[in-house]
Design a protein around this ligand. Structure first.
Ligand SMILES: C[S@@+](CC[C@H](N)C(=O)[O-])C[C@H]1O[C@@H](n2cnc3c(N)ncnc32)[C@H](O)[C@@H]1O
Length: 402
């Protein structure tokens, strides 16, 4: 990408890394209350996996936090792409004068480039208005639709460090080997709720946010022909893959339902066991999702969930919790994570008893993209490491009283 004039007004440079490899970048120039987004690029081998979208969202967020009201960009070929983030095409005359004087507008980009503008004030109020419902769920749905279509799974827990793939660490080689090829690569979990659930033959199971259906298929093997397993997911693309996986596995005791975990499309008191893998953290209304889980469970029914949970005091770090959460996109499973105490409280408020939250895996900086945030990158390395260590993959179990 051309770099002329970039450093004169540079206010943030973002990079995306895959392990140690740099795979994408974006930069923001600031001119008082106007910003210019530049140099958004993703390595060809890593396109189609949402890396560019993550960079653009992070750049927009960074700019917003600088107090910038309007963000501009120039593009030769990607106007449709940027339109997805709310940028709209405008004439050069509509651009803030300081931005018009930038190097980018004066020769770095050809005069035929399309000018686009994003009104950050409007975007902020829209996000705030609907953050409790529509926006987050739409983003989550789009994110997982894109990931399953582009084949970019996987679990948000990294492998064992000795090269053993994550799915083998979570599920065991024997279990994985018994599944049709490819099923495991449609998994996005962070634990093994089927192992937690101690399923018995004949039980009725519901998987909240069943994704590609791996846990549904494993549960179906455990409950056998006399049992039944429902997978519930709101994303059409995920449901299509799950149904295909079930067909390939020859599973006849499973059914995938389209719907929201905050409004489960099943009658009350009909399910023996609820499982879920890395989903509750994604819902903007966790209290409602857990109340719904309680409603559909039979008296004495069990909940066995793997989820991202915060274990540690985020307030001891020299950045606000809001900044930490803003740095971690919601769709990456982390920003919406509950603390151990919050999980316990919500489960108890929903009516559950015998509640246990057990840390199974503590994240490291390699798992949690804290380094994509300017606020967090400014912190000493040991503080960032401690911060990453507050995020865990945990096992949550509870029971509906008889
Ligand atoms: C991290 S993936 C996990 C998928 C699956 N449990 C697994 O382990 O592979 C999250 C899944 O939950 C679904 N999901 C997220 N929020 C949901 C909601 N509120 N209602 C229904 N499904 C939801 C997404 O569509 C996606 O398939």
């Amino acid at each position: 990408m051309p770099r002329d004039g970039l450093t004169d007004h540079l206010d943030g440079a973002l990079v995306a890394r895959h392990g140690p490899t740099l795979i994408g970048c974006a930069a923001v120039e600031c001119y008082d209350d106007a910003g210019l987004l530049r140099s958004v690029a993703v390595d060809a081998a890593h396109r189609g996996r949402g890396v560019g979208a993550a960079l653009v969202r992070a750049a927009v967020e960074l700019t917003r936090r600088r107090g910038v009201r309007t963000l501009y960009l120039l593009t030769m070929s990607a106007a449709d792409y940027f339109a997805r983030f709310g940028f709209r095409t405008v004439s050069r005359e509509e651009v803030a004068p300081a931005v018009q004087r930038s190097a980018e507008f004066n020769g770095v980009c050809p005069a035929t480039a399309i000018v686009m503008k994003l009104d950050l004030q409007k975007e902020t109020s829209m996000t705030q208005r609907s953050s409790s419902s529509g926006t987050i769920k739409d983003q989550v749905r789009d994110h997982y639709a894109q990931r399953i279509q582009s084949g970019s799974c996987c679990s948000s827990v990294s492998g064992s460090g000795d090269g053993t793939p994550t799915e083998i660490v979570l599920y065991g080689a024997e279990t994985i080997a018994a599944l049709p090829t490819g099923v495991v690569t449609t998994s996005f979990g962070c634990g093994n709720p089927v192992a937690l659930a101690s399923l018995r033959a004949g039980e009725v199971v519901l998987d909240l946010g069943s994704g590609g259906g791996l846990d549904v298929l494993l549960a179906a093997q455990r409950v056998g022909a006399t049992g039944y397993v429902y997978g519930l997911d709101m994303t059409d693309e995920m449901l299509a893959v799950a149904r295909r996986n079930a067909e390939r596995a020859g599973a006849t005791n499973v059914e995938f339902l389209k719907g929201d975990i905050e409004n489960i499309p099943l009658p009350s008191n009909t399910v023996d066991v609820i499982i879920s893998n890395c989903v509750i953290n994604l819902t903007p209304d966790k209290a409602l999702a857990l109340k719904e889980a309680f409603r559909v469970l039979k008296p004495g029914g069990r909940l066995a969930v793997s989820d991202i949970v915060i274990d540690g005091d985020l307030s001891r770090f020299p950045v606000s919790e809001d900044q930490i959460r803003a740095a971690l996109s919601w769709v990456g499973c982390i920003a919406g994570a509950l603390t151990v105490e919050e999980y316990r409280t919500l489960l108890s408020d929903a009516g559950f008893t015998d509640i246990a939250v057990t840390v199974q895996h503590r994240y490291t900086i390699n798992d949690v993209p804290l380094e994509t945030s300017a606020d967090l990158t400014a912190l000493p390395a040991d503080v960032v490491r401690d911060l990453a260590g507050c995020f865990t993959s945990s096992a949550i179990t509870a029971r509906k009283p008889q």
